[in-house]
Design a protein around this ligand. Structure first.
Ligand code: PEP
Ligand code: MG
Length: 320
């Protein structure tokens, strides 16, 4: 199998009937890029920037961030690199950012909520990203978007920083796509509205599942409810993909589900464009996709969408 996978390293990802999808990787630091390239990744679909801020006792400076972003962009050449702005809070804490204890940290002050409230932190990151944009193919996305106002506000801050840099005669790329993560059910349901204003969606199933099922992703006692294959999740995913297609935008997925061999045929069948996963899953996924036709996978997805329980869907995907 390893030999077969290695042959696919520099090949595009196509289904048996020639439909192309993009297989990209999730990374946490510039050091992870080597693995992406070695595993034939077509880009980076999620750069989790939190790691830059973690394991230290103060905020990373604009310069430090710039160096990290530039390094990733340069190493990836003209391949897309989707950078997610700071997603702190919930399960991810910073020792030097003194946040009050909350009853429900996953439902609390985190990610874009924090960035829009403490704009100095956000602006520093955006400036570093914008300055790095000329070194590659940068796309920026915002985490935990629940309302259109949040997306608009985040985009406005980004454009303000861009204008400021241009005024300072700093070079900034003119074609940075600006997208959002869909990881809150409200934004999945309203995807048709968001799709008119975003350049792309990236579905964060890790959170989307926990919020849809109201089952903490870290709590083993309720892990039986954490059901990626629940038809409710599949229907939300479909809503997001259909909304993107309707507006001529693209939809990807960067949650764990995107790299799950059982989920891949369903997701291709639903029309997902981009799959972002750990680097080591890329070649197995490419090989798997080559064995099935899009037409077959569409029929499979259609069946799954009409099912009543996660168990039925799991039995269905296990049967192919
Ligand atoms: C997600 O929620 O699916 C996701 C990719 O983000 P994280 O796992 O970092 O919350
Ligand atoms: Mg998330």
């Amino acid at each position: 199998q390893k030999v077969e996978w290695a042959k696919l390293k520099n090949e595009p990802t196509v289904t048996k009937d020639g439909h192309h999808v993009e297989l990209v990787a999730n990374i946490g630091t510039p050091n992870d890029v080597e693995g992406v390239i070695n595993n034939g990744g077509e880009g980076v679909g999620l750069y989790r920037t939190e790691f830059l801020y973690m394991g230290r006792d103060n905020f990373p400076s604009e310069e430090e961030q710039f160096e990290s972003y530039k390094s990733v962009l340069e190493s990836m050449g003209d391949k897309p690199v989707v950078v997610r702005t700071l997603d702190i809070g919930g399960d991810k804490e910073l020792s030097y950012l003194h946040l009050p204890k909350e009853m429900n940290p996953f439902l609390g002050y985190r990610a874009i909520r924090l960035c829009l409230d403490q704009k100095d932190i956000f602006r520093t990151q955006l400036r570093a990203l914008l300055r790095a944009s000329v070194y590659g193919n940068l796309k920026i996305m915002f985490p935990m978007i629940a309302t259109l106002d949040e997306f608009r506000a985040a985009k406005a801050v980004l454009l303000e920083e861009k204008e400021q840099l241009v005024k300072e005669n700093v070079q900034v790329s003119d074609n940075i796509e600006i997208g959002m993560m869909v990881e809150i059910p409200a934004s999945a349901v309203l995807a048709d509205v968001f799709a008119k204003e975003v350049d792309f969606f990236s579905i964060g199933t890790n959170d989307l599942i926990q919020y849809t099922m109201a089952a903490d992703r870290m709590n083993e006692q309720v892990s039986y409810l954490y059901q990626p294959y629940n038809p409710s999740i599949l229907r939300l995913v479909k809503m997001v993909i259909d909304a993107a297609n309707k507006e001529g935008k693209w939809a990807g997925m960067c949650g764990e589900m995107a790299g799950d061999a059982l989920a891949i045929p369903l997701l291709v069948g639903l029309g997902l464009h981009e799959f972002s996963m750990s680097a080591t899953s890329i070649l197995p996924a490419r090989s798997q996709m080559a064995k099935l036709s899009k037409a077959e996978m569409e029929i499979l997805a259609e069946k799954a969408l009409s099912m009543s329980t996660a168990e039925e869907v799991v039995n269905l995907v296990n049967s192919i």
